[in-house]
Design a protein around this ligand. Structure first.
Ligand code: MIC
Ligand code: SF4
Length: 643
């Protein structure tokens, strides 16, 4: 039987396990990436492992999230990251150089290699045939130390493209169409492998927009074959030597095949507050717009912004609209400046922001009260923009630019045709903002500089055989990590200060949660379906752990968050009978008995102390995961010699 592309890369990196969907497998990791908001914690964890130099082929530390320096905290973190990277053999991309995923695609990603990154949009590099997966910081730290990365062997879906996109219909619309079909839970436990004759019409940056947004499906990752199009991109980046052709076998068998005819797609838009809330742009053309933001790791490539510049050229942004443009990298910005497109963007009245995540993570540019904000980003979760009642819609750069000019949501297919914009033959290459690490002989004595905001790592408790704990929060379906541990300009500077961060845990849902959880001692959270969707931030597990949470019982979990809970020593349990959720109330005490045996049998018995009712909750845990939980988390487990 032929193999899928994903199976080929997994087979060539398999350290242990069996490649049957649902089984735990261990992968050898070639490359890692971190960004600053998750990276400080990942390197603090790496340092506790006592390994002198990273053991990967390549590890890069990017700074792109926390670039505002409203106090010493972010500046100190940047300095910590720069010095820790230099000491341990990690390349350091300086603040302002660009967004980690855009930069990794441009300069480092390689077909056929494995990459894990402490950011959920790491699958962006799947656009050039790499198996690129988002992970918690602790998993990245272990991989930097040469350890395996453990995942559940995914199912493989084939997304088969035919036809060709019509003018002004874009890769973003393809990503939104798949979200419309599958929803934000539809990719959990699966890899989206893109194929079919239509893929030859998509450039690598367009493919990367699609694999980037696969994160919103909850997919393990997304991947395109590596072909002539990939070679053309790598050549233009001066990296033809990194090319290797890779494709699925013609008789590969998939768990599911989804056909999308590119020719039939229309411009699409995701409405507040979920990326799968998708309708046609045309159907919302009566809505007035207050703000338009163009950028983020989804849509900030050179070609994206060239199209934006062509739409804006010679025109002026509508008086009621505030337009921001953040190029994905210094390479993109330089090329826009060199060809004059930047002048067209600025002349339209756009505000130019730094090459960084910026508004995407609420790092400035929050919309006005109740404001309608059209963004070329990948997430529009409630409150993420920094304005609680902001109405954030997700669109393509073409729709964003067209709407900025009219002041209303505007279908870009109504615009006059644009001149052809194609991939440049040569990108502007300047790697001077990526600092090489110290040579090994100097590294041993190099000092790592830490600021006072870097606090001690919280200590988790090993599991005893039974647990008495109080339900301290009951939430519904699709709770995101932005609900659990919000980000934004005010909170992000405290990513290496768990005690301070804990004050904001679940702020959007229930501001009293931190105090209540602390007072309760051992606590339990109840969740609905897809608990913990969204980002890879392990803070969404470490902070609840710090507040005493021992167990989350939900109807289902998002992949990275479930892994982060286990790594933090929190037991993720799934209701065997989802109706049991309804009978449980905030404040009740639950008794979990025979936990050790329950973990190994895959089912824990729980009694509600108030009613005496008993129910079962499932946990599909590998023996390694059981050992991690019993040790009280991955760090304890690793210190005790676990691998
Ligand atoms: C996001 O887009 O939510 C983030 C911010 O990039 C996160 C990482 C983080 O919380 O630091 C992600 O996607 O993993
Ligand atoms: Fe940055 Fe936004 Fe991309 Fe996350 S999704 S890495 S915040 S640009």
């Amino acid at each position: 039987m032929g193999k899928t592309l994903t199976q080929k890369i997994i087979a060539s990196h398999l350290l242990s396990g069996n490649m049957t969907p649902g089984s735990e497998i261990a992968l050898r990791i070639d490359q890692t990436l971190t960004q600053d908001a998750t990276g400080t914690m990942a390197y603090l964890e790496f340092e506790t492992m006592g390994i002198p130099q990273v053991k990967t082929e390549l590890s890069v530390a990017y700074v792109d999230h926390n670039t505002l320096q409203c106090g010493f905290e972010n500046a100190d973190d940047h300095r910590y990251l720069q010095t820790v990277a230099a000491k341990y053999g990690v390349r350091f991309s300086r603040p302002g150089n660009g967004i980690c995923h855009q930069l990794h695609l441009e300069r480092f990603g390689k077909p056929g290699k494995t990459l894990i990154g402490s950011d959920s949009h790491t699958p962006t590099c799947g656009g050039l045939g790499m198996l690129a997966i988002g992970a918690g910081g602790m998993d990245v730290a272990v991989a930097m130390g040469g350890g395996a990365y453990y995942i559940t062997m995914p199912k493989i879906f084939n997304i088969r493209l035919t036809g060709k996109l019509q003018p002004f219909v874009t890769a973003k619309d393809v990503a939104l169409e798949l979200l419309r079909i599958l929803s934000v839970k539809g990719g959990v436990g699966a890899v989206m492998e893109w194929g079919g004759p239509g893929i030859a019409t998509l450039t690598v940056p367009e493919r990367a927009t699609i694999t980037n947004m696969g994160a919103e499906l909850g997919a393990t990752t997304s991947i395109f074959p590596s072909d002539e199009v990939t070679l053309q991109f790598l050549k233009a980046q001066g990296r033809a030597d990194d090319f290797m052709a890779l494709a699925a076998d013609p008789d590969a068998v998939y768990d599911r095949v989804i056909e999308i005819d590119l020719s039939s797609l229309r411009p699409l838009i995701a409405c507040p507050h979920s990326p799968d809330n998708v309708v046609t742009v045309e159907s919302l053309s009566h809505i007035a717009v207050d703000q338009v933001c163009i950028g983020s790791c989804t849509n900030s490539s050179f070609m994206d912004l060239m199209k934006v510049a062509a739409i804006l050229k010679g025109k002026t942004v509508a008086p009621g609209v505030s337009l921001s443009v953040s190029p994905g990298s210094r390479q993109v910005l330089t090329m826009l400046a060199n060809c004059g497109a930047l002048t067209d963007i600025l002349a339209s009245g756009a505000r130019l922001l730094e090459c960084a995540c910026g508004p995407c993570i609420g790092m400035g540019f929050s919309p006005n009260s109740g404001g309608v904000s059209l963004r070329t980003f990948n997430r529009n979760f409630h409150g993420r923009s920094g304005t609680k009642d902001g109405q954030v819609y997700l669109v393509s750069p073409e729709t964003a630019a067209a709407s900025a000019l009219t002041g209303f949501i505007t279908d870009p297919t109504t615009l006059a045709p644009l001149p052809a914009i194609t991939l440049p033959e040569q990108f502007a290459i300047d790697d001077s903002a990526v600092l090489a690490p110290l040579p090994a002989h100097q590294a041993a004595d190099a000092q790592v500089l830490r600021g006072p905001n870097i606090k001690e790592f919280p200590k988790s408790k090993p599991f005893a055989d039974s647990l008495e704990a109080q339900i301290v929060l009951k939430v519904g379906d699709d709770i995101t990590t932005d609900h659990i541990m919000p980000a934004g300009a005010k909170i992000l500077p405290y990513r290496s200060n768990i005690p301070h961060l804990s004050k904001f845990c679940f702020e959007v849902c229930d501001p009293d949660f931190p105090e209540r959880a602390k007072a309760a001692g051992d606590g339990i959270i109840l969740g609905g379906y897809n608990y913990g969707q969204g980002s890879s931030r392990e803070h969404a597990a470490l902070v609840p752990m710090y507040l005493g949470i021992r167990c989350v019982i939900a109807k289902s979990f998002a992949r990275i968050h479930a892994a982060n809970l286990i790594n933090a020593g929190i037991l993720p349990l799934t209701f065997q009978n989802p109706e049991d959720y309804d009978a449980l109330a905030n404040g009740s005490h639950l008794h979990l008995s025979d936990i050790r045996q329950g973990m190994s049998l895959g089912c824990v018995q729980i009694t509600d102390a108030a009613t005496g009712n008993t129910f079962s909750a499932c946990c599909e845990l590998s023996s390694r995961q059981q050992a991690i939980l019993l040790a009280g988390g991955l760090l304890n487990y690793t210190k005790e010699g676990g691998i």
